[in-house]
Design a protein around this ligand. Structure first.
Ligand code: AGP
Length: 608
C-alpha cells in the first residue's frame, strides 16, 4: 500500500526521495508526490499515475532543497487524482504531510475544520491531519503534531515538514509502520526499510503512539506522554542487490529462481541432526510450555493463508496436535472458545498485514500465547508476537508472493518436526525428515528445469478466461495458491478446489475452453486424483498435469505435462509451487500484464 520516504541532510533531497519511492513501487500505488523545503517555502509536486510521471513533472518543475518528504498513494478516500495525491498542505503553506493508514473519524473532523474556516482541496482523510497540525502550530512542530494526532481515530504513519522549521522532519506512528534511517549528517524516514537499502544500515523502528523528530545532526523519539525515550538501533542486513532485478526481467521471476537458496537459508542453523529435531532460538517458550500445547490456531491472509493450510496437515501428521486455520480477517472478529494451552501462530511475509496483526493482538488480549512466522525483521508483527521464527527469504519485491511462501512451508515443516519430536515422533522418523528437508534445495534446483514445459503450456492457454486448479491433501492448498497466483498477475478468473469436491458443483464449468491444472505427482492419493482427472477428460476439459517424470498413465491422459521431482507427500507443495508460479508468470507475460505491480494490489495490506 502507500509508501513514505523522507530525507534531511546536506544533499539535494529530490533524487534520494525519488529513488526511495521507486524502491517502494512494489507495495502498490496509484499516485505519487514530493514536498521539499526551498528557502522559506514549500515546493510541492504531485501527480496521479506512476513515479515515472512524477519524475517527468520534476524534470520540468524541480523541487530543490535538502529536506523533503514523499509518498506513493494507494487510493482509499477519494480517487487517484492529482489533488488527492500526497503531500497535503495546510496553513497557507505552513505544513506538508504525507500519511499511510486510514483516519476513521475524518468526516467529523472535516466538518468541524470547515466550520472553523479551513478550505479543503482534496477528498482524502489525510488533509484533515494537515489542517489540524497547522492549527496547532505555535513555535514547535513536534508539539503541533502531538496535539493534532490526539484528535485522530484510526491508523497513521506520518511524515511532516514545515518551512518554519527547515531541515526538520517529524514522524508519528499508530498502526502503520515508520522507520528512521541514521546516516552521517543526514537522516531518513520511511514506511518500509527497503527504501533505505544502500543509503544506511542503521535503523530504528518506531513503536505505536511514538513520535520522532530528525534533522541532519540529531534524532529524538518521544512517547505519547511527551517523554523522550531511548531506542534500539538495528542493523539492516539486506544486500543492495536484493533491491534490483539483476539479469531477470521481473522481480517475480528472480524471486522464483531464488527459492533453492531461500530454502537453504530458512533451514540453516535450524537442523539438530544429533537429536533428529529442529532448533529454534526465538520461540520464547520452554520445552515444558511447548509440550503443554493442546491446540494451534494458524492465522494469515492470502498466500500466507495457503501456507497455513499446509501447516495444518504438517502439525497433525508430525506432532498430532489439533490445528485450526483461520483467515485473520475473520478470526479477529470471531470469539471462538480457546483455552490457555492454545497457541496462535500468525504467518506473514511482511509482518505488517493489518488483519493478521489485529488477530494476534486479539489473541494476546485473551491471554493466549502468540508466535509469528515472519520475513521482515523488525516488522510490527515480529515485534508484537511473544516469539517467532524469521523466514530469512530476503526482501520480496514482487507483489505476488513466491519465495516467502516456500520459506513459510519449510519453516512450518521444521516446526512440526520439532513439536513432533517432543511428543510421539521417533528418532528414526525425525532423522528421515531431516534428511528429506536437507535434500530440498537441490531438488528445487532440478524442479526449475520444468521452465521450458511451463512456457509451452502458457503459450497454449494464455488466452483463456477461466481456469481450474485441482489437488488433494497436501496439494489442495496448492490448488488454491496456483489459482491465486494466476488471478493476481494475469487477471484470468481461476478457482482452486479439492479435486474430488469439484464434482459437487464446479464441474459444471468444465468445457473445451476451460483448462484444469491437475496436481498429480506420485503419492498417497495419486490414484484418487487420477480418477478425478478422468472425470474432467470425460467432459472434454483440457488437462495440464503437474506430475512425476516417469508417469505413463498421466502421459496417456493429460493434454500437457509439467514434470516435477518425486518427493514425499508433505514436501510436494514445495516442488509444485515452482511450476504454478512460473505458469502464472508466463501467462501474465504473454497477456502483457504488469507482473511486479498488478492492478489494484498492494504488497503489504496495512488497512482492514
Ligand atoms: C500473495 O501473492 C499476495 N500478494 C497476498 O495474498 C499476500 O500473501 C497477503 O496479502 C498476505 O501478506 P503477508 O504475508 O505479508 O501477511
Amino acid at each position: 500500500m502507500c509508501g513514505i520516504v523522507g530525507y534531511t541532510g546536506r544533499r539535494e533531497a529530490e533524487p534520494i526521495l525519488l529513488e526511495g519511492l521507486a524502491r517502494l513501487e512494489y507495495r502498490g500505488y496509484d499516485s505519487a508526490g514530493i514536498a521539499t523545503v526551498t528557502g522559506a517555502h514549500l515546493c510541492v509536486r504531485k501527480t496521479a499515475g506512476r513515479i515515472a510521471a512524477l519524475s517527468k513533472l520534476l524534470t520540468k518543475q524541480p523541487a530543490p532543497g535538502t529536506a523533503g518528504i514523499s509518498h506513493t498513494r494507494w487510493a482509499t478516500h477519494g480517487g487517484a487524482t492529482d489533488l488527492n495525491a500526497h503531500p497535503h498542505v495546510a496553513g497557507d503553506g505552513a505544513v506538508a504531510v504525507v500519511h499511510n493508514g486510514v483516519i476513521e473519524n475524518y468526516a467529523v473532523l472535516k466538518k468541524q475544520l470547515e466550520a472553523d474556516g479551513c478550505k479543503f482541496r482534496s477528498q482524502t482523510d489525510t488533509e484533515v491531519i494537515a489542517h489540524l497540525i497547522a492549527r496547532h502550530l505555535n513555535g514547535d512542530l513536534v508539539e503541533a503534531v502531538r496535539n493534532a494526532v490526539r484528535h485522530l481515530k484510526g491508523t497513521y504513519g506520518l511524515a511532516v515538514i514545515s518551512p518554519h522549521f527547515p531541515g526538520q522532519i517529524v514522524g508519528a506512528r499508530l498502526g502503520s509502520p515508520l522507520v528512521l534511517g541514521l546516516g552521517e549528517n543526514e537522516a531518513y524516514l520511511a514506511s518500509d526499510p527497503s527504501a533505505l537499502v544502500g543509503y544506511t544500515e542503521r535503523v530504528i523502528y518506531l513503536h505505536d503512539h511514538q513520535l520522532c523528530t530528525v534533522d541532519p545532526e540529531r534524532w529524538d523519539i518521544f512517547s505519547a506522554d511527551q517523554r523522550k525515550v531511548s531506542a534500539q538501533v538495528h542493523k539492516l542486513d539486506w544486500d543492495p542487490g536484493d533491491a534490483d532485478k539483476g539479469d531477470f526481467e521481473h522481480f517475480m521471476l528472480k524471486e522464483i529462481y531464488e527459492q533453492p537458496e531461500v530454502l537453504e537459508r530458512a533451514l540453516a542453523g535450524r537442523l539438530d541432526e544429533a537429536e533428529a529435531t529442529g532448533h529454534f532460538g526465538g520461540l520464547n517458550l520452554d520445552p515444558q510450555q511447548l509440550r503443554q500445547i493442546e491446540r494451534i490456531v494458524l492465522t494469515a491472509c492470502g498466500t500466507s493463508f495457503h501456507a497455513a493450510l499446509i501447516g495444518e496437515s504438517l502439525f497433525e501428521q508430525f506432532a498430532r496436535i489439533p490445528v485450526e486455520v483461520e483467515y485473520a480477517s475473520e478470526f479477529r472478529y470471531r470469539n471462538p472458545p480457546l483455552d490457555r494451552n492454545t497457541v496462535v501462530i500468525g504467518i506473514t511475509q511482511s509482518g505488517e498485514t493489518a488483519d493478521t496483526l489485529a488477530a494476534l493482538r486479539e489473541s494476546k488480549r485473551k491471554g493466549l500465547r502468540t508466535l509469528a512466522l515472519c520475513n521482515v525483521v523488525g516488522s510490527t508483527i515480529a515485534r508484537e508476537a511473544d516469539g517467532g521464527v524469521y523466514l530469512h527469504a530476503g526482501p520480496e519485491i514482487g507483489v505476488a508472493s513466491t519465495k516467502a511462501f516456500t520459506a513459510q512451508v519449510a519453516v512450518l515443516a521444521l516446526l512440526a518436526l520439532y513439536l513432533g519430536r517432543m511428543r510421539h515422533l521417533s528418532y528414526g522418523a525425525g532423522k528421515r525428515i531431516i534428511d528429506e528437508l536437507k535434500a530440498m534445495p537441490n531438488i528445487l534446483r532440478q524442479t526449475l528445469e520444468c521452465h521450458r514445459q511451463v512456457k509451452v503450456a502458457a503459450e497454449k492457454y494464455h488466452h483463456v478466461t477461466n481456469m481450474l486448479y485441482l489437488g488433494r491433501q497436501y496439494l489442495y492448498p496448492m490448488a488454491l495458491e496456483g489459482a491465486l497466483k494466476l488471478k493476481e498477475i494475469s487477471y484470468i478468473h481461476a478457482e482452486g478446489y479439492p479435486a474430488a469436491e469439484m464434482k459437487h458443483g464446479p464441474i459444471a464449468l468444465v468445457d473445451e475452453d476451460t483448462p484444469s491444472v491437475f496436481l498429480a505427482p506420485h503419492g498417497a492419493v495419486y490414484e484418487k486424483v487420477m480418477s478425478n482427472l478422468e472425470e474432467i477428460k470425460a467432459r472434454g476439459g483440457p488437462v495440464i498435469a503437474v506430475a512425476c517424470q516417469d508417469d505413463e498413465h498421466v502421459e496417456a491422459k493429460a493434454d500437457d505435462i509439467i514434470h516435477v521431482p518425486n518427493v514425499p507427500d508433505y514436501l510436494q507443495p514445495l516442488v509444485v509451487a515452482v511450476p504454478l508460479q512460473l505458469l502464472a508468470y508466463h501467462i501474465a507475460l504473454l497477456r502483457g500484464c504488469d507482473i511486479d505491480k498488478p492492478r489494484n494490489l498492494a504488497k503489504s495490506v496495512t488497512v482492514e
